[in-house]
Design a protein around this ligand. Structure first.
Ligand code: S3P
Length: 172
């Protein structure tokens, strides 16, 4: 099924481990658009990893830089943008994304998030305690913000191709 031509950047939001980067890459290729990952852009701009930025300057500083990078990526008009899990929770970043892009909330169950984030635990927010408890709390706290995305897609624990198909149906 063909997706209608989308002119605004498609912005993937949702918790760590839901698959924003992998799904985003595949979605971009299915839509024949470019893909860019906001966390990777932040690391490039700062010449440090996200974990290093958190450690050196704290979360508030990271959120400011994240907002600036996402504003730039929106302006540059990329096809598909993956954001870090906290980006859309920041009210200013959220407003910017909703006004200039098409936000898609990727959502799945906690077991899947725990499984996927445990494969490569580079997330500073999951290092401060039990990842499952932290993810559960974040899901509860952040869902009202994520729910403001224009589109909500529940991805499940299946292959990313299935999630891409579902997004494309939503975009049609
Ligand atoms: C964060 C998610 C991470 C990264 C940072 C903070 C969050 O991105 O931006 O560790 O607040 O949920 P991913 O969602 O890509 O893991």
């Amino acid at each position: 099924r063909q997706a209608r031509r989308i002119t605004r950047p498609v912005v993937l939001v949702g918790l760590m481990g839901v698959g924003k980067t992998s799904i985003g890459r595949r979605l971009a290729s299915a839509l024949d658009r470019d893909f860019i990952d906001a966390d990777e852009e932040i690391e490039r701009a700062a010449d440090r990893t996200v974990a290093e930025i958190f450690e050196a300057h704290g979360e508030a500083y990271f959120r400011d830089g994240e907002r600036r990078v996402i504003a730039r990526l929106m302006e540059e008009g990329h096809g598909v943008i993956a954001t870090g899990g906290g980006a859309f929770v920041d009210p200013e970043t959220r407003a910017l994304v909703i006004e200039n892009g098409l936000a898609i909330w990727l959502d799945c169950d906690i077991d899947t998030l725990v499984e996927r984030t445990s494969r490569k635990n580079t997330r500073p927010l999951l290092k401060t305690g039990d990842p499952r408890a932290i993810l559960r709390d974040l899901k509860e706290q952040r869902s009202p913000a994520y729910a403001q995305a224009q589109i909500h897609v529940v991805t499940g624990d299946g292959p990313h191709e299935v999630a891409v198909e579902r997004i494309i149906e939503e975009l049609a």
